[in-house]
Write a protein that binds this ligand. Structure first.
Ligand code: ZN
Ligand code: MN
Length: 478
């Protein structure tokens, strides 16, 4: 018997707005506890929420980017539950309406593009946070409401993923997409992005899904991948033994590398959703929808596929270049400025990546503009400077903010390809190395490399190695 896993993900992302969803409090991370609160977000009686238009627009943009249908008129719902970090005893969310539904996102696993269904995209407010002390003498917990009312987008996928690799690609694509859209900063360490996975296993080819096991406490992309792998294995083994899998919620224990039962579905929450009476419905006028749609950029995976087809790049290079929007824009602008697509990809993924890495800076601090890089790539490809010198020029362009041409001229770095200019130097090297010359004549490859290396040393790397090699053949008879 063969088995197949079906995995769905719920992703909560904090939106990159300055203020909270229903009040003017700041959303800035890391402030002193309870300093970013007001009567609205701490749930005082008699207060009224007012929708943050930018937050709504961010969710709308996300829904449109994932090809969702958007209703013309939207309402909001109360999700009722009691918890110390939720002073109102309800979260304003969406249940009967969603900002978007029935969409999809494209992911890439290996060389294959796969569509994952997006069941819905909705808006919701975050809860506060309970702070539990590590010190056993402090037998109390504290509540910080700075996060209460911070806007979230929740993205619910269909159970369309079948392997942990697909789940991994989905999470990374979603994260990169939200960054492309500019709707969330996606800082995992600040809790901007939170994942919940549900895993079920069935006999391969069965029409119905197996019982759903939801997993909580997944704090990183790596934790989700590990937990999903563990659950697929555990449930498959259960089915092989002929056991039934109970529908339940399980907690991932990252240190122990396993999941443990948290609660059965019967005991789980019934949220008693009902329409939020304090908010007016939002009407999504056609002009507004069109405006937001026009601001949706090409997403990372479609862009990657286009790079592969249009610029004839490998899937790997196209992936590196399109993970981050700024880098992909930089690449395309450089090609547009006249540099070859393949050469530009190499310079960015190797040389610029290394410069950024050793300097510990991001693209925002990179001073070499696309036009400047295009000039350098063209100079190397035309043989004006060697690749090795080109690398030095690149570093100096970043340091001095000058063009490749200016640095090459100033420092006399132009490659020497003129046989006339190299003649005397080559003769000098040959006279000084009779043993190598003898070896060369016997056809020893190392001798050839050694002699070229000597000429390169004399010219501080500026000699055209190909031309020097040809001169050696001519003089010594190859
Ligand atoms: Zn507030
Ligand atoms: Mn939620």
């Amino acid at each position: 018997m063969e088995y197949e896993a079906c995995i769905g993900l719920e992703v909560h992302a904090e939106l990159a707005t300055d203020s909270k969803l229903f009040c003017g409090c700041s959303t800035k991370f890391g402030a002193e506890p309870n300093t970013q609160t007001c009567p609205v977000c701490i749930g005082m009686p008699g207060v009224l929420p007012v929708m943050n238009k930018k937050a709504f627009e961010f969710v709308l943009k996300t829904a449109l980017a994932f090809h969702c249908e958007v209703p013309k008129k939207l309402n909001f719902d109360r999700k009722n539950y009691y918890y110390p970090d939720l002073p109102k005893n309800f979260q304003i969310s969406q249940n009967y309406y969603n900002v978007g539904a029935n969409g999809y996102v494209e992911i890439m696993v290996g060389d294959d593009v796969k569509r994952i269904g997006i069941t819905n995209v909705h808006i919701e407010e975050d809860a506060g946070a309970n702070k539990h002390s590590e010190d056993p003498r402090e037998n109390f917990s504290l509540v910080d409401l700075n996060r209460a009312g911070v806007p979230l987008v929740e993205i619910v996928s269909a159970p369309d993923m079948h392997t942990a690799d697909e789940v991994d690609a989905y999470m990374r694509t979603l994260r990169n997409s939200l960054l492309y859209l500019g709707v969330s900063e996606c800082k995992m360490q600040e809790g901007d992005l939170r994942f919940e996975a549900s895993v079920s296993v069935r006999e391969k080819g069965a029409a119905k899904l197996g019982s759903r096991v939801e997993m909580k406490n997944l704090n990183s992309i790596t934790a989700v991948v590990k937990a999903v792998n563990y659950e697929i294995e555990r449930q498959t083994e259960c089915l092989k033994r002929g056991e039934k899998i109970p529908q339940e919620t399980r907690l991932w224990d990252d240190a122990g590398g396993k999941t443990a039962r948290m609660r059965s579905k019967e005991a789980s929450h019934d949220y008693r959703y009902f329409p939020e009476p304090d908010l007016v419905p939002v009407i999504v006028a056609t002009e507004w929808l069109d405006k937001v749609q026009s601001e949706v950029p090409e997403l990372p995976v479609p862009r990657r596929v286009r790079f592969i087809n249009e610029y004839k790049l490998s899937a790997y290079d196209a992936g590196v270049l399109t993970d981050e929007r700024a880098l992909a824009d930089y690449y395309e602008a450089t090609v547009k400025a006249g540099a070859s697509p393949k050469g530009t990809a190499n310079w960015i993924t190797n040389e610029i990546a290394r410069e950024l890495n050793t300097r510990n800076i991001g693209m925002d601090a990179w001073r070499v503009t696309p036009a400047m890089l295009a000039e350098l790539v063209q100079a190397v490809e035309a043989g004006k400077v060697s690749t090795a010198i080109g690398r030095e020029v690149l570093a100096q362009m970043q340091d001095a903010g000058k063009s490749a041409g200016a640095i090459i001229a100033e420092k006399g770095l132009a490659q020497i390809s003129d046989t006339g200019a190299l003649e005397a130097l080559v003769d000098k090297v040959l006279a000084a190395n009779p043993n190598a010359v003898a070896d060369f004549k016997k056809g020893k490859k190392e001798a050839r490399g050694f002699l070229i290396g000597q000429v390169m040393r004399q010219t501080k790397g500026k000699a055209n190695a190909k031309v020097v090699g040809e001169m050696l053949e001519k003089k010594l008879g190859g």
